[in-house]
Design a protein around this ligand. Structure first.
Ligand code: LLP
Length: 434
């Protein structure tokens, strides 16, 4: 199995960093999200070093949607990361983690007036997604007596080999402005009194395991960069988005391109483009998954086993905590954490506790023989895992812990029943008799 270096099997138990997952489950209970901070830092530094070896003026904007926990954001901020933020909430969290406003980019195709006002007030650059939004931002900035620094989100019309729900650069996608309209957009921005077009942005999709689509997107972007520079736009950054995939199919030895592969495929095209345009902007990229996915395990306890038309292993975590398998048919490797060295001889279907037939974390996987009380680890749960969790079936969300060396600490406490009802109100006509 192609495990990342911080995930090991020692004496029949699965370990993450310096921690035995069986001990972690005993101490903190299950279900439990476990994140290794050292691994996130190593991934960030590998990405930064690989890119800056090819071009020195690189900035990494971590895609905060992948895992918005403050502890994760703080760890990345301490290393110099900025962030791609997709909501006012993510913007607040990024600032609270210590990131500088100028190192954030407020993305999104449907920002509200108050989102725009917040970006203007805090001095966070905005990736503008439509002509309508440009007009609104000009009005918001004028009212605040400020200038909004913007990029336009380019729709480069590029097909990418990934799940259709996470391909974002298709001509038919809801994101961005069609590439052929982008020069018109910059012309309009240049005529706005309170808009300063300082960047250009695209993002073609997520979980992409081939570097070629990134290279094609870069070519589309550099053609536009040359054209708009000729129009008088002074670009301070070119943001090529995120999207680099990870090898979820670890049992089959799947490989993914690493940041150095990405840098080698993309940066020569970038350098050539800016040379031809006669500028030297910063290169921004927005990785999410590739920085945090493999840092995290979701530990789940086995409640019961049921031999039926499938061998169901019923665990205490389902799509309330990890929706990716149900939503995208995603594959996450599953390891029997307390029997990690044992022969995998039973074909099992790992099912969650949610009242839906689609609540399956893993279909037909070879696992050791399991029983109630055993422990399952779902790998690569750090990106879009907890971040997409819900309280469906009135299940309080589980805790998240973070590891650093030999230390372990909560980074989010588990919810309880009080948390489920805290935001609920009793309408006045139901008050009587209470
Ligand atoms: N930048 C922008 C503008 C994005 O929309 C995204 C992800 C990223 C960066 C980061 O992409 P990454 O490096 O993580 O691939 N929930 C889905 C993934 C949705 C991605 C949305 N946008 C999943 O679980 O696979």
């Amino acid at each position: 199995m192609n495990l990342p270096p911080h995930i090991t099997i020692r004496h029949d138990h699965l370990w993450i960093g310096e921690h035995d997952t069986v001990e972690l489950a005993r101490t903190w209970g299950t279900p439990l999200y476990v994140t290794d901070q050292d691994r996130i830092e190593a991934c960030y530094m590998a990405c930064r070093d690989a890119l800056s070896a090819e071009y020195p003026r690189v900035r990494i904007l971590y895609a905060a949607k992948a895992n918005g926990n403050l502890a994760v954001l703080r760890a990345l901020a301490a290393l110099g990361a900025g962030a791609d933020v997709f909501s006012s909430g993510e913007l607040h969290l990024a600032l609270a983690a210590g990131m500088q406003p100028g190192t954030l980019l407020f993305n999104g195709s449907s920002k509200s007036r108050s989102d725009l006002a917040l970006a203007v007030e805090r001095g966070v650059p905005v990736s503008v997604d439509s002509f309508d939004e440009l007009g609104q931002l000009e009005a918001v900035a004028a009212a605040a007596g400020k200038t909004a620094r913007i990029a336009f989100r380019v729709n480069p019309a590029i097909d990418v080999p990934t799940h259709p729900k996470i391909a974002t650069g298709l001509a038919t996608s809801k994101f961005g402005i069609a590439h052929h309209l982008i020069p018109t957009a910059y012309r309009e921005a240049l005529s706005c009194a309170h808009i300063d077009p300082v960047g250009i942005h695209c993002h073609i999709g997520s979980q992409i395991l081939d570097v070629e689509p990134f290279a094609r997107a870069c070519e589309v972007m550099m053609k536009i960069v040359r054209e708009i520079t000729g129009m008088g736009v002074r670009l301070e950054f070119v943001d090529l988005g995120g999207g680099l995939g990870i090898p979820y199919h670890r049992g089959e030895g799947e490989r993914s391109p690493n940041p150095a592969d990405y840098a080698r495929a993309v940066i020569p095209l970038f350098r050539q483009g800016i040379r031809e345009a006669g500028i030297s902007p910063e290169l921004w990229i927005e990785p999410g998954r590739s920085l945090v996915a493999d840092s995290t395990l979701l530990l789940a306890g086995v409640n019961s086993v049921k031999p039926a038309h499938r061998n169901f292993v019923n665990v205490d975590a389902g799509f309330n905590l990890l929706v990716r398998p149900a939503m995208y048919d995603s594959w996450h490797e599953v390891i029997a954490a307390n029997r990690a060295g044992q022969e995998r001889k039973v074909t099992c279907t790992v099912a969650g506790p949610i009242c839906e037939s689609g609540d399956i974390l893993a279909h037909d996987r070879l696992l050791p023989e399991l029983a109630a009380g055993d422990l399952i680890a779902v790998l690569d749960a750090g990106a879009y895992g907890f971040a997409m969790s819900s309280q469906y079936n009135s299940r309080p969300r589980c805790p998240e812990i973070i590891l650093k060396g030999r230390s372990a600490a909560l980074m989010r406490r588990g919810e309880d029943i009080g948390d489920l009802i805290r935001t609920m109100e009793t309408p006045p006509w139901q008050e009587r008799g209470r």
